[in-house]
Design a protein around this ligand. Structure first.
Ligand SMILES: Nc1ncnc2c1ncn2[C@@H]1O[C@H](COP(=O)(O)OP(=O)(O)OP(=O)(O)O)[C@@H](O)[C@H]1O
Ligand SMILES: [Mg+2]
Length: 269
């Protein structure tokens, strides 16, 4: 059995892989990389029937990976760079050997993964951290569940300048309800709910458009969304709107939040 551990900037994810199949996933959060990695492994072993002597090796990736300098609990430990891990994980989750992946974590990276070459196309600092950071300051809320709950009853027309605010007709392929400027209207009557929706909408519109441009530059028609940000139902809705506008499909695979850890476990290290 091989364990892949992804020490992200916000959360640590671990997966156990046996014969090319994911048999267990866990998520943890700790202040430092060493506690995160050992905690994730400990949690996996204690909460399931995994026998530590069956663990052949551990492969670590993510922002905190470099801090783990030796073996963990006597198990050989290797490192793999995060972009490669996302690429391998994205190919596994998509079942394809030529894919564009947008990994939405604390920030966002966009990657082209092919069997023989994984390329970091670019990315943006806009990601999950942007949502929590802005919401903490603007609406004094930084838990995801609360932000999503508020956004459910938000009204975007209080916050965003829409095409209909500036034109009586559609502009090019933008319909009247499309955003002309994120937070460009910001009425005095805007409530917390409207701001929560405005933040989520802005973050996912930016990620969507960046991903669309990346996909088009590689002649691809589909983008696989991974990372914790893949699971955001409001974000998924925003990406669906972008999908219709730009004719690029977004796919939200199961276990998307574990893509990086899966890629580490499946790498040849
Ligand atoms: N439902 C959700 N939708 C969008 N973002 C979310 C959701 N739940 C948590 N997040 C955010 O996702 C981020 C963490 O995601 P993830 O664990 O994929 O990132 P990470 O691996 O720690 O970061 P990175 O890959 O950028 O180093 C946090 O900013 C958190 O606020
Ligand atoms: Mg990550």
């Amino acid at each position: 059995m091989i364990i892949g551990i992804d020490i992200g900037s916000t959360t640590t994810k671990a997966v156990a892989v046996e014969n090319g199949k994911i048999i267990r996933t866990v998520k943890t959060k700790a202040f430092d990389a060493v506690t995160s990695a050992s905690g994730a492994l400990g949690k996996m072993i204690i909460e399931s029937n995994i026998d530590i002597s069956n663990v052949e090796k551990i492969i670590i990736t993510g922002a905190g990976a470099l801090e783990i300098k030796k073996e963990i609990f006597g198990i050989p430990t290797h490192q793999i760079d995060e972009i490669t891990a996302i690429g391998i994980g994205g190919m596994f989750l998509s079942g394809k050997e030529n894919v564009i992946i947008a990994n939405i974590g604390t920030g966002t990276s966009v990657i082209e993964a092919k069997k023989d070459k994984i390329t970091h196309l670019g990315g943006t600092g806009i990601g999950g951290g942007t949502i929590t950071g802005l919401c903490k300051e603007l609406i004094k809320s930084s838990t995801f569940e609360n932000i999503l709950h508020l956004a459910d009853s938000g009204d975007l027309t209080q916050v965003d300048l829409l095409i209909e605010d500036i034109s009586d007709a559609d502009i090019s392929f933008l319909n009247k309800k499309a955003t002309a400027s994120n937070f460009g209207k910001m009425l005095d009557t805007a409530e917390k709910e409207d701001i929560a929706l405005g933040v989520l909408n802005m973050v996912y519109q930016v990620i969507g458009v960046v991903s669309v441009f990346a996909a088009k530059s590689r002649n691809a028609s589909t983008v696989y969304i991974t990372g914790n940000g893949s699971k955001n139902r409001i974000g998924q809705r925003t990406l669906e709107e972008i999908s219709i506008m730009y004719n690029i499909k977004f796919v939200f695979p199961e276990d998307a939040e574990y893509a990086t850890a899966i890629g580490a476990a499946l790498s040849e290290k």
